[in-house]
Design a protein around this ligand. Sequence first.
Ligand code: GCU
Length: 658
Amino acid sequence: MHQNGTMTDSGDFDAAWLPGTAFRAVGARRSLVRSGPDPLADTVRGELADACARFGGEVVRDGGAAEFLLEVTGGSPDDESYTLRRADGITSLTAPSGRGLLYGLFHVVRLGEGAFSGDLAPRTHRPALATRMLDHWDNVAVHPVMGQVERGYAGGSLFWSDGEARGDLGRVRAYGRLLAACGINAVAVNNVNVHATEARLLTDRIGDVAAIAGALRPYGIRTHLAVSFAAPMLLGGPDTADPLDPAVRDWWARATARVYEAVPDFGGYVVKADSEGRPGPFAYGRSHADGANMLAAALEPHGGTVHWRAFVYDHRQDWRDRSTDRARAAYDHFTPLDGEFADNAVLQVKHGPMDFQVREPVSPLIGAMPDTRLAVELQVTQEYTGQQQHVCWLGPMWSEVLRFRPDGEVPVGRLADGLVAVSNAGDDRFWTGHPLAQANLYTFGRLTWDPAADPRAVLDEWIALTHPDAPDRLAGGLHAILDGSWRTYEKYTAPLGVGFMVQPGHHYGPGVDGYEYSPWGTYHFADRDGVGVDRSVATGTGFAGQYAEPWAKLYESPGTCPDELLLFFHHVPYGHVLHSGKTVIQHIYDTHFEGVEEAEEARRVWAGLSDLVEPERHARVAERFAEQLRGAREWRDQINSYFLRKSGVPDAHGRTIH
Ligand code: GCU
């Protein structure tokens, strides 16, 4: 192993942000854990014992002298808080539950020696959001088009392989451990597009789910399941899925009771209904509140929650129809239902009104339903942001979303009950295909714990944990590569918030007109005179009017709309002058040249770090950079030549446009 190596002892997969050496400070102490029977306190004891075996410390029995005192003080088992202090040479961690103790232990790991020197004034930490969840779009059976993991760029599923649950759950346990260390407490183990095999996880294959839940439980993670709204019809129940039909309700109640027999701490259901062809309540003339509430009623006696997705739009649009606007759809469908959802139903809303593009405004649905519980959905898997071939650290983007104040006052991070994201992890040795994409997973977790956190500070943590003892040059290099990588990606792909322009289907690589005349409603409307979508109230689709003030007014006019969202909200001539002082067309040329140069620079920085990173990790990233550069140049050339040909306006700097 390289001096900074972070492979696990087994060598099967990367230790990511929990290499053994990250536990050096903790493992060198005499520790004492006081707790009544509590499985998570047992996990903490096990962690300490492993660390001590490695670094010479000791887990002492009650009565022994200890420098690190950990205690479960008693309270709700769901209380995830902990209090850390250090005085008189003793570091003490107290928590009402084993859960809190576990999060506290990982906090101490992050602090390293800092947790064992000087004094620390008592401070209580608790997560800002109750639900901190990852959705896996994993198929049990390999899907003919989408494969094992829909939008998965890190090999196969951690849970499923070719129709079967994986027998060895050691890796799932290791995954749960990594997730707990960054704050995640819930995982949905199958794709929101629930196909026939996956539908059965709810019934005769619930044992598979129970096994996975068993591997995640020691790390405080509750397991959730994506279910098909048509499950009764698919699984031998009534031949309708009408949510108001008593037989259907009874079927769900009984199926759910059996789920809880197998998984007593089951988290609940995730549902994609009436969305991209999935079944839903519309077929029966029922509302989405009727649909969600039926499942909420089945879950309620057991303490479960239904996450009902708001990703409902018309995917059979006609591009000539300029009044139908996909961006409007979620708000139009759901706001009339505010106040109608059950207490254990959570509306899960994608952060943007479209679909995880590199730049979108925050969805106007967020904040528009004050009487409905809200979970905001992000996408850690980089479907539209380079598919883990390109380096694109999304921390700054998520942070912008979480800090956005829909009403001008309360930030998104405080409006939501939960944060959910589509996971980017798979059975790849490095978990995420691109080793640097681990930073996205870690950052997402830490932002769920504290949405107001500075993402750069989170990145510091990730760097320090992943590469303990890293010299400043490595940390500096990683910051240089990652800090601006989202903006770099934005620069060489679709400009000024217009979105898409990707190859249809797989969504990798440029396809400027790929979706332009398609039914999916993802248009840019470029012609010889201009580009962008008029979503103003005055002359466009009216989408801008879905926002509260100050945003509605700001987005309504091209004069006040922020440059980076201009083409999302407005159709403007190529000669339109941005706030930056550049014309739209010149901005397109300039950013595309710059984006490629920035990617080249990042690649150079990585090459210069080869003496500080284990060879396998270095080589994997280097390989990805080669593809990123190829891809970035392709994007630059396709976008620039498309707009040169459309507009006929030459580059002011006379550069060659291919
Ligand atoms: C995107 C993605 C799909 C996914 C869908 C969803 O459209 O391309 O693969 O199923 O989002 O979030 O449901």
